[in-house]
Ligand binder design. Structure first.
Ligand code: FES
Length: 142
């Protein structure tokens, strides 16, 4: 019977590890509800509303469309995916021309899409954008 104690300890240790793994899975599934999408960039043209809403020298976030538009100078626009290149969360705000990812704190330069702070290292993909009748249209063929 002396062999029973180590066996029991092994079982308990295994249960504790399984519990920790379970928590990890729960965290991941929460993230998947935050708007992750298979394609980080639009597959069809998307209208974003009045181009004048993007501040000159700044950027505007379009969370629903998962896009971000930067206006380097009056009448010029650059668009990027607003889906974080780390695990795919959608950026939640722009502060000091840096896009913030709410999931793990990555920051991106809104003027270039470049990652400024990890864990994300890859830049946000650029998306073609144009102005038609005063409205921004982003996506393929834009
Ligand atoms: S998903 Fe953006 S930092 Fe992890």
């Amino acid at each position: 019977m002396s062999g029973q104690t180590p066996d029991r300890r092994t079982v308990l240790k295994g249960a504790a590890l399984a519990g920790a793994a379970g928590l990890g899975v729960a965290a991941c599934s929460t993230e998947s509800k935050l708007g992750h999408a298979k394609n980080p960039t639009p597959t069809a043209p998307v209208e974003l509303g009045a181009a004048s809403e993007v501040p000159v020298g700044g950027a505007k976030l379009y969370r629903e469309q998962r896009l971000m538009v930067h206006c380097p100078a009056q009448g010029q626009y650059k668009a990027f995916s607003a889906q974080c290149t780390h695990a795919g969360c959608v950026l939640d705000k722009i502060e000091d021309n840096e896009g913030n990812c709410p999931c793990h704190g990555s920051r991106f330069d809104v003027t270039t899409g470049k990652s400024l702070k990890g864990p994300a290292t890859a830049p946000l993909p650029a998306v073609p954008v144009k102005v038609v009748g005063g409205k921004l249209i982003a996506g393929p063929d834009a």
